[in-house]
Design a protein around this ligand. Structure first.
Ligand code: ADP
Ligand code: MG
Length: 320
């Protein structure tokens, strides 16, 4: 199968957003009047970002999901994306699974594949996504203000729990492993929530590297500090709710520093609590208030009594 046959067979579908569809030198995109284009790119490399054993369908899903997570965090509506693929060989079964998972998520978000590049090489997937957001209203990392509440969407830590199980460092009951694996392999980008938070949240980021690490980006860009209530951790790890018994410190590490969650961390004034809850309800996504933004710099993790925890989350080396 040649390069052009491969593209025609697996990736070329009718496109409404670009008048040319796939196949010309460039795709042409037109954001609606009053909207800004929001552009983001993420690369996935075998061994680094995914296990070589992953079902190609879920790899296709996740490749786009991690890219739609960023427009979600900006409050943008995804419009289109490009796909650059390096493939060791044109494996028909792999391509069928990968394109199926990829395009199913694309369809679910009304986000169209408008172009890309295909080459032979070690398996590597790069996607660039284009979204639109009302001009000047995108959610940024820089908008957090002292006194704001700190919120997260969904649950945290289960993707990392599954990874640790895959690595054989932790053993899980089958049902919990299956559920955690879905979180790891099939993240759902919080695109609807992000859009619902425009005009409500003051800042947002998507959690890819772990809550505390990504929150640090908001703090740095906004010139503020934060206090995080670690007592929220057990209620944020879905596996704990499902009956998994784990050491408290491990639960905190998974939730606060686990990574690969693709949930949103965001801030909003206390006066917007009802509006945040309404945005969560509208998007069908749980939102949990986990702390507050402080005027002074630094990130404090507090226990239920409000005392700072000594636990060091920076390295998250519990399993190493
Ligand atoms: P160029 O010579 O301009 O780089 P290519 O020959 O690489 O173009 O690609 C031909 C067309 O197919 C272009 O419109 C390109 O956007 C599209 N394309 C290539 N690879 C992919 C892919 N993996 N997914 C979607 N479209 C692709
Ligand atoms: Mg090319």
């Amino acid at each position: 199968m040649g390069e052009f046959d491969l593209i025609a067979k697996y990736f070329d579908r009718p496109v409404r957003r670009s008048p040319l569809g796939i196949g010309d030198d460039c795709a042409l995109l037109q954001p609606a009047p009053g909207m800004q284009l929001a552009v983001t790119s993420d690369m996935l490399v075998e061994g680094r970002h995914f296990l070589s054993t992953v079902d190609p369908r879920w790899l296709g899903h996740k490749s786009l999901a991690v890219n739609l997570s960023d427009p979600g965090a900006a409050g943008a509506r995804p419009l289109a994306f490009t796909l650059s693929l390096a493939l060791p060989s044109a494996d028909a079964a792999w391509l069928a699974g990968f394109s199926e998972g990829l395009l199913a998520l694309a369809d679910a978000h009304g986000c169209e594949l408008v172009g890309g590049d295909t080459t032979r090489g070690p398996l590597c997937i790069n996607i660039t996504a284009f979204g639109e957001v009302p001009a000047g209203r995108a959610l940024l990392r820089s908008g957090a203000r002292a006194g704001d509440d700190l919120w997260v969407s969904g649950t945290l830590g289960d993707a990392r729990l599954a990874l640790e199980a895959f690595r054989g460092r932790i053993s899980l009951p089958q049902a919990i492993f299956d559920a955690a694996r879905v979180r790891m392999e099939q993240p759902q980008p919080r695109v609807a929530l992000g859009q619902a938070l425009v005009g409500v949240a003051t800042s947002a980021i998507d959690i890819s590297d772990g809550l505390l690490g990504d929150l640090a980006h908001i703090l740095q860009r906004s010139g503020v500090g934060a206090s995080v209530n670690a007592a929220c951790a057990p209620q944020l790890l879905a596996a704990t709710a499902a009956g998994l018994q784990l050491d408290e410190a491990v639960v905190r590490e998974l939730v606060l520093a686990g990574g690969d969650d693709y949930e949103l961390a965001f801030t909003a004034p206390a006066s917007q609590r009802a509006a945040v809850e309404a945005a969560g309800a509208q998007a069908g996504t749980r939102v949990t208030r986990i702390g507050a933004i402080d005027a002074g710099p630094g990130l404090r993790v507090l226990d239920a009594g409000g005392r700072a925890l000594a636990q060091d989350f920076a390295g998250f080396d519990h399993f190493r």
